[in-house]
Design a protein around this ligand. Structure first.
Ligand code: ADP
Length: 468
């Protein structure tokens, strides 16, 4: 282009017409400020060119005829007349819009990367693929390893003795060469202090000025690992002490049971054979001794029930809960009739369970519903409702109820809310129920209104969740 000093366009080539979108006769004679996106730029351009006689690569946004703004660079010089006075300016305008957009995008992506690099709580290291030389590390690396930047940049990981098993590096680089990435690879690194930490690394290959490099993001999982390890140990410990307790309970119960049965046998014989011949006081003593021995027998057999729950292995059989309940009600017939209880029920479903244990559950719950009755004759209702992949069974009574703050308490072994002269019992029945339900992967709980009865709930898996 060629413009007069006061800004009239005097000549342009074809490229200029194409660039700005004008016809030649439109453009020649046009005031050049029209081409500036911001007309003030024309003044500063003029100031600079007059000062030095030329400008190089002057960056400025210019406007096309259709209004679109282009990022241009102008290289221009003053054209002088024969007598040395300024005729105007001539120069070249280049459209750099695409390059500018690309530069902006690049700058943005660099900015994003460097922010992530700086602020990441995980360590990020760029190292050479060939020898593990550290090219750049972030602050998290320095903080975790305890090194200063000067101590590590340019050093190889071997020199820093970073890898606890250096052979692993060869394996990692082999995978990287093959696949270009590696994800969540667990590795042990040695810190400056010599301390060894467990890290989880993800890495990718990048090209850095022609050199193949590894960029890796490494997370310190030492605490997580030791936490997991501790948890595993606790769980093992718990399992072991549970097993010991179980073993203890069953051994004690067995060992006590035999002499007790013998004692009971002797006492019964004594009562039967000599009862009529004994003085009244002696006869009372015998019958008290018999009562105590029978209570002990009940207690021991409950303890045995408790210790046997975990021994049963088959807990994944399809079982029809109706049939199980029928049998339990049959076994309880005399207790039901004797107490004037009315037991009603809904149709119960098939479940995945151990039949004997399911029977024991119903038995303990219905027995309690009869035992802890209120002033009215017991009314007991058994039902089941589907909820997702489980059945929720319920045994509802109209008995004495349970204070809400005690409702979790009663599922623990030996926990009772009453003295045994009020209501006989061992405090083991509900603990057995809980153990059975939990072995089946379910939950057990009670809802109760004190004085107005209780409903015990427990869950059991449905037989065929997919089909259902
Ligand atoms: P036990 O019946 O031998 O006392 P359980 O473990 O079966 O032992 O029950 C623990 C306690 O929970 C009972 O002593 C009683 O206080 C309370 N309980 C259990 N079932 C009922 C019920 N249906 N109604 C009221 N209280 C109950």
């Amino acid at each position: 282009y060629y413009t007069s000093r006061d800004g009239i366009i005097l000549d342009v080539n074809r490229s200029a017409l194409e660039l700005f979108g004008y016809d030649k006769d439109e453009m020649i004679g046009l005031d050049v400020t029209c081409l500036y996106a911001d007309p003030r730029d024309r003044e500063s351009f003029q100031r600079r060119i007059e000062e030095k006689g030329s400008v190089r690569e002057y960056e400025v946004p210019l406007r096309r005829k259709d209004g679109a703004v282009m990022f241009c660079v102008i290289t221009s010089s003053v054209r002088y007349g024969e007598d040395g006075d300024i005729l105007g300016y001539q120069g070249i305008i280049r459209d750099r819009t695409e390059r500018k957009l690309a530069d902006d995008a690049l700058r943005l992506s660099e900015e994003k990367f460097s922010k992530v690099f700086r602020s990441s709580p995980d360590w990020i290291v760029i190292s050479a693929l060939s020898d593990g030389r550290l090219i750049d590390v972030n602050d998290a690396f320095l903080r975790i390893t305890g090194y200063t930047r000067d101590e590590v940049i340019g050093k190889t990981s071997a020199e820093l003795n970073l890898w606890v098993n250096y052979e692993e590096r060869a394996e990692v680089t082999r995978i990287l060469r093959e696949k270009g990435v590696i994800r969540d690879h667990e590795v042990q690194f040695r810190m400056k202090s010599g301390e060894i930490r467990t890290m989880q690394r993800s890495a990718e290959l990048i090209d850095l000025q022609g050199e193949k490099c590894i960029i890796n993001v490494t997370r310190d999982v030492t605490e997580k690992k030791t936490g997991e390890e501790q948890l595993r140990k606790f769980a093992q410990e718990l399992k072991r002490s549970n097993e010991e307790l179980q073993y203890f309970a069953s051994v004690v119960a067995h060992d006590l049971q035999q002499p007790l049965l013998t004692t009971l046998g002797f006492l019964r014989r004594l009562q039967k054979k000599y009862g009529s011949k004994l003085e009244e006081e002696a006869s009372e003593l015998v019958s008290d001794a018999l009562g105590s021995a029978e209570r002990m027998q009940t207690f021991i057999s409950a303890l045995l029930d408790y210790s046997r729950v975990s021994a049963v292995k088959k807990i994944h059989e399809p079982v029809n809960a109706n049939t199980v309940l029928d049998r339990v009600l049959f076994d309880l017939k005399s207790a039901i009739d004797g107490s004037g209880s009315v037991v009603t029920r809904d149709v119960l479903p098939d479940v995945v369970a151990n039949e004997v244990q399911l029977a024991q559950l119903f038995l303990n719950l219905i027995n309690n519903a009869i035992k802890f009755r209120g002033p009215q004759p017991p009314r007991i209702h058994v039902s089941a409702a589907r909820s997702g992949n489980e059945w929720i069974f319920s045994v509802k009574d109209n008995g004495i109820g349970i204070p809400p703050d005690k409702s979790a308490h009663i599922f623990q072994i030996f926990q009772r809310l009453h003295r045994s002269d009020e209501y006989p019992g061992t405090g083991i029945g509900l603990a057995v129920c809980r153990k059975i339900v939990e072995r089946h992967g379910g939950r057990i709980w009670v809802e109760s209104c004190h004085g107005k009865g209780s409903t015990f709930f427990f869950t059991m898996p449905v037989t065929n969740p997919e089909a259902a």
